[in-house]
Ligand binder design. Structure first.
Ligand SMILES: Nc1ncnc2c1ncn2[C@@H]1O[C@H](COP(=O)(O)OP(=O)(O)OP(=O)(O)O)[C@@H](O)[C@H]1O
Ligand SMILES: [Mg+2]
Length: 713
């Protein structure tokens, strides 16, 4: 109701203004408002006055739709009269001197209201989202500037590319101009000199344009590849430094997609867009000058197309941006599903889960298809509206051409040149508008890259401690720990235990007891929530990262090998490790003899993730990889479970014989831990009992019961 009152008051005010104008003109006996200039001046004055009254009426916060309505209402009469003058130049003298009559006022009122209503219905104002939208745009701009900053090292290449681009465009702009000249020389009386001049000019600008275009393309590609390389390097470096929970949240497939597709897209779109932007700007400016020289009326008409197309394109961009983001997520998910299923094809096959995987893949494809479908529909509607605007204006232009030619103001050659220009001009403008939209849209890809690039690892930063002599005494003090994905279920509850140098400690207990969680904390893959893990009395995070992982070696429950040679896998991460040392470690891990039977020995490729080896062999190589570092602390989490008894005995012998080393062994098979100096029994995330095998058997507790159960089995 309040809104209607505001509109009513503005309307009343408008009528009063018109009344004042008419009365003033009658009283002063003027028959004219001063022609087109007067009309525009009065329009501008009305606009200013109306704008101030809307500010007063709406408490300085007028709605968008009210502002639009006021602008259209005030400026429609002068725009209409200007258009009439361009289209029907002959009528200038008769009508334009007169003040618009009441019929014109009513017409302006009705058309502006209808236009604003149509706009409101078609593109409703999203008041609540406006602040958000603005913020989003600001962010997009900031991200764009950040991409531009990353291009700084290639400034020289880019400057040269832009120079050649501008030269190419300038040459290109002149081509239609010379084409028009050729037509005119052919139409009139043939003059050899002017014909040759026109043809020569055309050839020269065509050649220049082609040459500069080629150079520009090469330079752009070059700087783009350099940017791509830099970005990927930075992103990968940051990714590998992230904490483990990050990798639990973000699947490898989608990370790979960010690293590949999104970085690519970000670089390419910015390079392409700036290319199109400069090209279109230079070309538009050049063509505008030439077109104005040919006919200002036709140029003005061409210009009408731009705001209409801009409007359509801006709306389209908003939708497109959203769909592109959704599409990217879908693509990342599809990639992730495919790589997961193909990577684990053996498991998929053995569980006959092909159908299930296909189903999941299909569902993801379906989701992507839906997004693509919506995107397609929006794009089709946008295209249709755009075509309608273009065709309508083309018809109007042809009418105007006929008038100008019959009035002798334009030659056929000029019309041809103009039509060629006009086609280019509209395309250019479209590009200009499109570029802004596309830049915002592809900034979506950049935004994702930047979130990963800016992410700081949640893990405490490693300290500087690196003592020359390390004893290797490890202690858990009241350690409680929760996995980030299960923040309410404790994996370890107030665990306290000690591992001594020169002693072998065994962690035993049922599945899910928390053994591997202890190992993960020792390897600093996670941080404890409460309590501390100490190495020689100092918290683990105080030690240098490199130092810690050199002094402490871990062989995990599911050792991971990398595709590459056996030697590469054993000396992984070490610099300057000799083959002799590798062989010695392999001998200790009882795998040297097997390696010697291979045709290429230590250079044999183990296949992806060590897929060409048995799991026992993989474990042996993983143990060799730990032993070759000669660590002070050695942690084996079920590291011998896949080995035959013989190999297990050899490895146990090596571990038992390692003087001064702190050894922690996690095992299910109780007979393998009987020889340990200390046995810790864990269950439900707690230490239930600890002592030597004899002590635990004598106390007849959980260890004893488990042993009995196994024996009965
Ligand atoms: N990455 C993880 N995210 C969330 N919870 C986990 C994760 N890894 C293990 N858990 C949970 O933490 C608890 C302890 O698991 P842990 O791997 O330490 O057991 P474990 O004693 O090593 O068992 P097993 O003998 O079967 O190897 C279990 O309840 C398990 O479900
Ligand atoms: Mg485990």
């Amino acid at each position: 109701m309040a809104r209607l009152k505001t509109y009513g008051l503005v309307l009343l005010y408008d009528l009063v203004l018109w009344g004042a104008l008419w009365t003033g003109l009658v009283l002063l006996e003027f028959s004219s408002s001063g022609g087109l200039v007067g009309l525009w001046a009065f329009g501008a004055l009305r606009w200013a006055l109306h704008h101030s009254i809307t500010l007063v009426l709406s408490d300085r916060k007028p709605q968008q739709v009210l502002r639009r309505w006021v602008a259209v209402l005030c400026l429609l009469p002068p725009v209409f009269e200007s258009g009439r003058m361009v289209m029907v130049p002959a009528s200038t003298a008769d009508d334009l001197g007169l003040v618009p009559g009441p019929s014109m006022v009513v017409l302006a009122l009705v058309s502006s209201t209808v236009a604003c209503l149509a706009w409101e219905l078609g593109f409703p104002d999203d008041g609540g989202n406006q602040g958000k939208e603005k913020k989003k745009k600001q962010e997009a701009r900031a991200q764009l500037m950040r991409v531009v900053r990353y291009c700084k090292p290639d400034a020289l290449y880019l400057a040269a590319a832009f120079l050649f681009l501008s030269l190419a465009v300038i040459c290109e702009t002149f081509i239609p101009y010379y084409q028009g000249k050729v037509i005119d020389t052919l139409r009139g009386q043939y003059q050899h000199n002017s014909f040759m001049y026109a043809i020569g000019g055309m050839g020269l600008v065509s050649l220049g344009s082609a040459l500069c275009s080629g150079l520009r393309g090469g330079l752009f590609m070059c700087s783009l590849s350099r940017l791509n390389k830099r970005m990927r390097h930075m992103l990968f470096r940051n990714l590998v430094q992230q904490d483990i929970p990050f990798f639990e949240e973000n699947k490898p497939g989608s990370l790979a997609s960010r690293l590949g597709n999104d970085v690519d897209k970000m670089g390419r779109s910015v390079a392409l867009n700036s290319n199109v932007l400069v090209r279109s700007l230079v070309k538009t400016a050049g063509m505008l000058v030439l077109m104005l020289g040919l006919s200002w009326q036709l140029t003005l008409l061409t210009m009408v197309e731009m705001p209409l197309l801009t409007l359509l394109q801006t709306k389209y961009n908003t939708y497109n941006q959203e769909f592109t983001k959704q599409l990217q997520d879908c693509q990342a998910q599809i990639k992730e599903l495919a790589s997961q299923a193909i990577g684990a094809v053996r498991t998929v096959r053995s569980f006959r889960a092909e159908e299930k995987e296909l189903d999941r893949y299909n569902q993801a494809l379906e989701r992507m298809y839906k997004v693509q479908e919506h995107k397609g529909i929006i794009s089709a509607v946008h295209l249709l509206l755009r075509r309608m605007v273009t065709v309508g204006l083309k018809v109007a232009m042809l009418f105007l051409c006929r008038r100008l030619i019959s009035a002798g103001q334009l030659s056929i050659g000029s019309v041809l040149a103009f039509v060629l220009f006009q086609k280019d001009m509209v395309t250019n403008m479209k590009h200009l508008v499109y570029v802004f939209g596309d830049m915002l849209c592809t900034v979506g890809a950049a935004a994702k890259v930047f979130t990963f690039l800016d992410r700081k690892s949640d893990q405490k930063e490693a300290g500087e401690l690196a003592p020359a002599k390390l004893q290797g005494k490890l202690a858990f003090h009241n350690v409680s720990f929760y996995y980030p994905s299960r923040p309410n279920t404790p994996a370890l509850k107030a665990v306290s235990l000690e591992l001594h140098p020169g002693k072998m400690t065994a962690l035993v207990g049922p599945s899910g007891g928390g053994k591997s969680s202890c190992v993960s904390l020792l390897a600093r893959l996670y941080e404890p929530k409460e309590g501390q893990v100490l190495l020689d009395g100092q918290p683990l995070h105080c030690y240098q990262h490199q130092y810690l992982h050199q002094k402490m070696a871990l062989v995990s429950q599911e050792p991971v090998l990398f595709s590459g040679s056996i030697r590469h896998n054993i000396e992984y991460g070490l610099v300057g490790c000799t083959l002799e040392k590798v062989k010695e470690a392999a001998k200790s891990a009882n795998v040297h003899d097997f390696i010697c039977t291979l045709e290429q020995g230590y250079d044999t490729d183990v296949g992806e993730c060590g897929g060409q080896l048995s799991s026992g062999q993989k474990q042996c190589i993983a143990i060799a990889r730990a032993l070759v570092r000669e660590p002070q602390v050695l942690i084996l989490d079920e590291a011998t479970s896949g080995m035959d008894i013989n190999t297990q005995h050899v490895v146990q012998g090596v571990l038992a014989g390692s003087v001064g080393q702190t050894v922690l062994v996690v095992a299910h098979r109780l007979q393998t831990v009987e020889k340990a100096d200390q046995i810790i029994f864990m269950e439900g995330g707690e230490v239930v009992e600890q002592g030597t095998h004899q002590e635990l058997m004598a106390s007849k507790g959980r260890y004893h019961r488990l042993k009995e159960e196994l024996f009965e089995d």
